[in-house]
Design a protein around this ligand. Structure first.
Ligand SMILES: [Zn+2]
Length: 70
């Protein structure tokens, strides 16, 4: 992983250690699973949503990791 110097205080997303301004850090793309239905909020039926209508979508998020966790 390529390390960059941070220009602001960050927190490591793995060990939660603070990454102070000027320290080296890496960035990792993580996928966060989210449950959503096949309908949009407006079209969602009022009844209870059946299991088959749920699907898992992944949101990609770039998070900072410290030098030790890179
Ligand atoms: Zn860390």
């Amino acid at each position: 992983m390529k390390l960059k110097k941070t220009r602001k205080n960050r927190t490591c997303s793995v060990c939660s250690a603070p990454i102070p301004k000027g320290a080296l850090y890496g960035s990792k793309t993580i996928s966060i699973p989210m449950k959503s239905t096949i309908w949009t909020i407006d079209n969602r039926p009022k009844e209870e949503i059946p299991d088959w209508a749920w699907e898992t979508t992944y949101f990609k998020k770039v998070s900072a990791v410290c030098e030790a966790c890179k």
